[in-house]
Design a protein around this ligand. Structure first.
Ligand code: HQG
Length: 180
């Protein structure tokens, strides 16, 4: 598979496994899993022919390790908007986490804190560089620092997705530091 084909397949799989399972005519179980055969058949029926070997290649080579395979099933590690429960155990985060965004969202973030928007959770990065890359998807990145230690002390819960992204329900503004 060419790099272009792999990116196309990865984007379609992200769409199906995070947001629109109906786009491949499949249903995710309560924890976001779907059978690999069922998924591939659904993709093929909708004109996105992906072989099992190609799927495994996409999963293996995903720069962010976006997908998890468990036996005969697959799911997205994070990023969902569909109502599933990843059933991750609560986990104690490092003292600081980071969130990459862009300037046009800042006024609202100062007011409301970080909200999950269309997704199930707010997504936080373990390091500045990763957060910068996340922000860069939308423009000149702005990296906010999250006082995850204080949030934990306040009883707020974090989960660590299988690919190292930290998830939480929301980040109230008092736990955010904005760059000068
Ligand atoms: C912003 C990607 C206004 C937030 C990434 C972000 C990540 C607010 C946008 C994962 C706000 C939501 C998630 C508020 C938050 N007012 N804007 N109160 N609170 N925002 O895409 O974190 O490549 O849903 O700053 O790498 O950008 O797809 O979240 O800009 O891990 O695998 O609202 O998706 O992974 O955008 O990205 P998103 P995100 P993939």
């Amino acid at each position: 598979m060419s790099r272009r084909q792999a990116i196309h397949a990865s984007k379609f799989l992200s769409l199906v496994l995070r947001h629109r399972p109906d786009a491949a005519g499949v249903t995710l179980d309560a924890e976001g899993w779907v059978g690999i055969d069922e998924l591939l058949a659904g993709c093929a029926a909708r004109g996105v022919a992906i072989t099992r070997a190609e799927l495994l290649e996409v999963v293996r080579d995903s720069d962010k390790q976006r997908f998890a395979i468990d036996g005969e099933r697959i799911r997205a590690n994070q990023g969902h908007s569909v109502e599933i429960d990843l059933a991750l155990p609560p986990s104690v985060p490092p003292a600081r986490l980071f969130h990459g965004t862009v300037a046009r969202f800042l006024a609202s973030i100062v007011r409301e804190g970080l909200l999950p928007g269309a997704r199930r959770h707010v997504h936080l990065s373990p390091d500045v560089e990763t957060a910068r890359r996340v922000g860069m998807r939308r423009g000149e990145p702005v990296v906010l620092t999250v006082d995850a230690g204080a949030m934990t002390a306040a009883g707020l819960i974090f989960y660590r997705s299988e690919n190292g992204v930290w998830l939480t329900d929301r980040v109230p503004p008092q736990f955010l530091t904005f760059p000068e």
